[in-house]
Ligand binder design. Structure first.
Ligand SMILES: Cc1ncc(COP(=O)(O)O)c(C=O)c1O
Length: 491
């Protein structure tokens, strides 16, 4: 057998010959191109054949011996007996270094193959009108950094390990206090479970409250990332329409698609921005109780409510009702922090805390402690107060600019809370085409139809103002109106 191919070109730049020799020998042995039991040339002979130092061969043989690919004794060096493998394709048997056997990979799970496409493009997050992006420029970085510094100064080996199950006790306690004051909840810190974003909270709910194939109701239009999390957890998605009062299930939804889980954004429906009416809240709670379903209340941005006092949350509205509540710091602080929380009924708390700890082995104990400190010192409330005013001013300016600049008069919804307005377009202005045109003009709105599941069709724009200063909104609206004029009308 000749071995000159072991160091034949091409040789990747910067690769040491010793490493290349080891790698090619190993690949040839593992792929069965050098059969089990084959006797290899003595190190001196192989070095002479390849024109390299004997030590180079010795090192490669030693490494392969340590890995169990080669067996050396006083009779020489042989290829170890390895489990039989399918012979490589004919072209691969030449021993040439380029040859590769092709393995058919088992492929993705059915769930992954059916995964709904959430769309979206993080690259547009920095553009005016990007949706759901808070203002990073006004983030109280100095206060946050001081909290982080304090957390690091007090860091022990425990805090550099995994976070405690359910989250840092200091944060769970600070959140319980904050939510009791601001939302009027009656809750204990052990009902607060810290998660990696709302996505982490939804994943926990899907896995702990439902079984594979159970039905989960989602809003239509609704939050695409939630669809992805729930579908990947093995649940069957049932899209329920949304009207002016929020999620609007009909009798057929309750009877033919009886839910195990119901996901809703009652404080500020995403994406239409509508607020669920009190009668609808009570009807939903009643329906959930009757059908043995859990309601998951996603309260993702009600901190920025500006239309009077908030309606009571589903959680706590009817004592003992089957509700879990999730909130996030993605809008109030910044999305990359990846911290959110789930409020679970007391009897479920131990199971959720255990699962949160064991299923994901969470981290960020330092950030969690810093956040607890940030809340306790009043920075969080002060930041929210400032941002509420700031976003209210931006929304006013956005509405004014939309009427100031000539163009079709468009219905606007969603101004009661949050960081975006929803602009409803006439059928002849296709939202996808308009978003593409807007993108070419450096704007990042989202098409409303991206949030809908067939057969629903809706046509509109989500205009985020969280990341766009008041002084830029007039110019941004002018460009948006220009984009509207530039796209061909849909016939
Ligand atoms: C409806 C809804 N829920 C929750 C979130 C926040 O998700 P996370 O906490 O995973 O960042 C968003 C963000 O856009 C959202 O639109």
């Amino acid at each position: 057998m000749e071995f000159s191919w072991l160091l034949a070109p091409p040789i990747p730049p910067g690769t040491a010959r010793q490493h290349l020799l080891y790698q090619r020998l190993r690949t040839a042995i593992v792929e069965g191109r050098i059969a089990s039991g084959t006797r290899l040339p003595a190190s001196r002979a192989l070095a002479a054949e390849l024109g390299i130092a004997r030590n180079t061969v010795l090192h490669a043989y030693e490494q392969l011996g340590a890995e169990g690919c080669l067996v050396a004794n006083r009779h020489g060096t042989r290829v170890a007996t390895l489990p039989a493998r399918e012979p490589p394709p004919a072209a691969a048997c030449s021993g040439s270094p380029q040859s590769e056997s092709v393995i058919a990979l088992p492929g993705l799970s059915q769930r992954a193959r059916a995964m709904p496409d959430a769309g979206g493009d993080p690259a547009s997050d920095t553009l005016p009108f990007a949706v759901g992006v808070p203002d990073i420029g006004t983030f109280p970085l100095r206060a946050w950094r001081a909290c982080l510094d304090r957390a690091w100064r007090g860091a022990s080996a425990r805090q550099l390990g995994y976070a405690p199950h359910g989250g840092e006790p200091a944060l769970r306690e600070a959140l319980a206090g904050y939510l009791t004051t601001t939302r009027g909840f009656t809750l204990q810190p052990d009902q607060v479970v810290i998660t990696s974003g709302t996505q982490g909270a939804l994943d926990l709910c899907a896995r702990l409250l439902a079984d594979h194939g159970d039905t989960v109701w989602i809003e239509n239009p609704g939050y695409p990332a939630a669809r992805t999390a729930l579908a990947l957890a093995g649940l069957r998605l049932h899209a329920v329409p949304v009207d002016e009062e929020g999620l609007a299930p009909g009798a057929a939804d309750w009877h033919t698609h009886a839910p195990r889980l119901i996901l809703a954004t009652p404080a500020h429906q995403y994406p239409t921005g509508r607020v669920m009416s009190l009668p609808r809240r009570l009807a939903l709670l009643d329906g959930a109780c009757r059908s043995g379903a859990w309601l998951i209340e996603d309260d993702y941005d009600s901190e920025f409510r500006r239309a009077g006092a908030a309606l009571p949350a589903l959680l706590g509205l009817v004592p003992g009702a089957p509700v879990l509540y999730t909130g996030t710091f993605s809008k109030t602080l910044y999305p990359g922090l990846r911290l959110a929380y789930l409020i679970v009924p007391q009897p479920l708390a131990p199971a959720f805390v255990r699962a949160a700890g064991q299923a994901t082995r969470p981290g960020q104990a330092i950030e969690q402690r810093a956040l607890a400190d940030f809340i306790r010192r009043g920075h969080y409330t002060a930041h929210l107060r400032r941002m509420r005013q700031c976003y209210a001013a931006r929304q006013r300016e956005l509405r004014d600019a939309l009427t100031r600049h000539p163009g079709p008069e468009l219905a606007v919804t969603g101004g009661d809370a949050g960081l975006h307005l929803t602009l409803w377009l006439p059928p002849e202005l296709a939202d996808y085409a308009l978003c593409e045109a807007a993108r070419r003009l450096g704007l990042g709105p989202q098409p409303l139809s991206r949030y809908a599941l067939a057969p629903l069709t809706c046509n509109g724009l989500l205009l985020g103002y969280g990341n766009t200063g008041t002084e830029y909104l007039d110019a941004a609206v002018r460009r948006l109106r220009a984009a509207m004029g530039a796209i061909p009308e849909r016939s």
